[in-house]
Design a protein around this ligand. Structure first.
Ligand SMILES: [Zn+2]
Length: 100
């Protein structure tokens, strides 16, 4: 009986501790619901325009709470090589791009 109470107390303690940690709570939530919407209409890797009519080949996923869209699943490999480089594009969307 004492053992049961002890494990119960330990469980409550761990559960409370868990709630205080963002990384721990993240395991249970739905990343899709909490994700920030992808602000661009181009592939984050190639910069290719995402065609709304061909959703079949474009690839959407969530990276650290940010929705990311790619023109194809093949770009995922490139993104995973240097995620920080590509995420930087979201900070300054097309700011330096020359306009004709
Ligand atoms: Zn692609």
């Amino acid at each position: 009986m004492i053992t049961t109470l002890k494990s119960l107390a330990l469980f409550v303690f761990l559960a409370t501790l868990c709630l205080g940690l963002p990384g721990c709570a993240r395991k249970n939530d739905q990343p899709a619901a909490a994700a920030l919407p992808y602000p661009l209409d181009t592939c984050i890797v190639t910069g290719e325009k995402l065609d709304a009519d061909s959703d079949m080949k474009s690839y959407t996923f969530t990276y650290e709470g940010q929705e990311i869209k790619l023109c194809c699943k093949g770009c995922l490999k490139d993104f995973e090589k240097e995620p920080a480089k590509y995420l930087a594009k979201l900070q300054q969307p097309e700011a330096a791009a020359p306009t004709p």
